[in-house]
Design a protein around this ligand. Sequence first.
Ligand SMILES: *Cc1c(COP(=O)(O)O)cnc(C)c1O
Length: 212
Amino acid sequence: MRAGREPSEVSMLAVTKTISAHTVKEAAEAGLRMFGENRVQEAREKMPLLQSMLPDMNMQWHLIGNLQKNKAKYAVQLFDLIHTVDSMELADILDKEAQKAAKIQDVLVQVKLSEEESKHGAEEADAPGLAMHINGLKNLRLRGLMTIPPFFDNPEEARPYFRKLRLIKDKIEGQGLSLSELSMGMSHDFETAIEEGATIIRIGTAIFGQRR
Ligand SMILES: *Cc1c(COP(=O)(O)O)cnc(C)c1O
């Protein structure tokens, strides 16, 4: 591989927001296993359909969109990995819900690396503290970090953001935690993200075409 990385080090998450259950079924039959949704409500409607159409398929579901606290309970019921934990308060709520569900919930800390108002995520300076906090919660397991850089026509301009996320991971690991995942890179910039250490790339358009 050009990036000098083994293909097995990078997983592709198929982003299925707005994509019909029927099309997701075809993707699963074609061999995809990891699916990402950005809204809890949409996942609550789609996942049971897939479960009934493909009862024996071992599908993994990830939440990649902002999580409202009042949806935490459903998020814990539905998702194998939640990419978007960005506050201690949300972490505490998820920990309680996971305890009730007798589940160890895998999570990522979403880090906000740009000044865009619309982006969610913990501030860079707060990320290590949040990671330590989650590490102290019994029912959450911190697996790594996630970020969404601003959109650039030229993916090269996203590189500093990907590199920054990896440096934050190194810093947190320097404090004794072990983080295996870096969720970064989308259809237009995943190659750059892989070069900078992505372990999960989140791909929608490049698999399913333009969303309506
Ligand atoms: C929609 C979305 C993606 C996929 O974007 P594409 O450009 O269609 O690949 C990835 N990550 C997040 C958080 C998204 O909301």
